[in-house]
Design a protein around this ligand. Structure first.
Ligand code: MRU
Length: 360
């Protein structure tokens, strides 16, 4: 794994908006999101194992970005294969390794399954051709995601009133996708339509995606952003300082139940109490049509030290037992609408999600 500073990465030339990931000269380049906003540094990944660890350690994170990274990871592993390799078993071991990285985001599995389909259709084509086809598919997944986010933005902008103060959680922006973002894509689209909006970003303990990434990304794009700690949201709603909530998603069940960053559920409950709209913005690749409800969504439990420490510094007793579920599930009844690239879905979700799925 090689590191570079801004300017050496080549990312800024290859992707629009803020660069999270790009394929460059046979390697995968990622901005190291663990080090933002303090340092904008890039890692050059050269093996499947490095890509898998980058996903696990959250060098790259956010559901669509994880899917894109995994697709490129598979293409990378295959690109490195030498003539005479056992192609079938190598593909399978890369696939399994990437599959095990993070359990909650549907986009990871969606992207891997898509790559596997393409692999199965072309595995007899000869190794050189197979390598090109898999890389082209990973590139297509990335490119499509950018377009999908822009469409989500377009569709969602109409829901944002002029002058609105928008509360968001975690980072569902350009850094979490191929660019533009889902929840922050809607924010970007509203700003592009000259609505004078403001964003309140929850800091998002324990990993601080809001404080570190959303603040950085919005400041970069000159979108007004104010940081709050997670426990301030209720009071600010009561004070009339928030007009609506918009968040991304990691997995959405057939009935609209939505897994997203831990703390999202609390915000949805608060929004209902204060009669504020609560919107989810997500691509169809985040929907898990095999799940009837959110009850069966696997929730990742992360390392205890993420909670015990802030920025590496211990804030409690070193051995205190900790809970660290990385996601929660918001019941569909608390969600005002789900904004997708195919349009805005409103309740009853089971029926409306089925309709969108059919039209896919
Ligand atoms: O643990 P993370 O940072 O991967 O969690 C990310 C989120 O919860 C995002 O809201 C979600 O993936 C949507 S990103 C467009």
């Amino acid at each position: 794994m090689e590191m570079a500073g801004r300017g050496d990465s080549g990312l800024e030339k290859e992707v629009s908006m803020l660069p999270a990931i790009a394929w460059k000269n046979g390697s995968l380049v990622m901005v190291d999101q663990r080090r933002l906003p303090w340092k904008e540094s890039y890692l050059t990944l050269k093996s499947v194992e490095e890509v898998a660890r980058a996903i696990e350690d959250m060098v790259i994170r956010g559901a669509p970005a994880i899917g894109i990274a995994a697709a490129y990871g598979l293409a990378l592993g295959m690109a490195n294969l030498k003539a005479g390799a056992d192609v079938e078993s190598e593909f399978d071991s890369y696939y399994q390794r990437l599959w095990r990285t993070r359990p909650t985001a549907r986009n990871l599995f969606w992207a891997l399954e898509r790559m596997k389909r393409v692999y199965e259709e072309n595995k007899m084509a000869g190794l050189a051709r197979l390598k090109r086809i898999l890389l082209a598919e990973a590139r297509a997944i990335e490119k499509e995601d950018l377009g999908i986010n822009q469409k989500i933005g377009e569709n969602g902008a109409s829901l944002i009133p002029e002058g609105a103060t928008i509360l968001t959680h975690c980072n569902a922006g350009a850094l979490a996708t191929a660019g533009y973002g889902t929840a922050l894509g809607v924010v970007r689209a509203a700003q592009a339509r000259k609505k004078k909006i403001k964003v309140l970003a929850c800091e998002t303990r324990p990993f601080l995606q809001g404080a570190r990434l959303t603040v950085w990304e919005l400041t970069h794009d000159r979108i007004p952003v104010t940081l709050i700690t997670d426990n301030m949201a209720g009071w600010l709603m009561r004070q009339g300082e928030i007009n609506l909530v918009i968040v991304g998603a990691d997995r959405i069940a057939r009935n609209g139940d939505t897994a997203n960053k831990i703390g999202t559920y609390s915000l949805a409950v608060l929004a209902r109490e204060h009669r504020l709209p609560f919107y989810v913005a997500a691509p169809l690749s985040t929907f898990d049509f095999s799940l009837k409800s959110g009850q069966d969504i696997p929730i990742e439990e992360r390392k205890a030290d993420e909670v015990r420490r802030v920025g590496g510094r211990l804030i409690t007793l070193p051995g205190v037992p900790v809970k660290n579920p990385a996601f929660d599930v918001t019941p569909a009844r608390l969600i005002s609408a789900i904004i997708t690239e195919k349009g805005i879905i409103r309740p009853p979700y089971t029926r409306e999600i089925a309709k969108i799925r059919k039209g896919q």
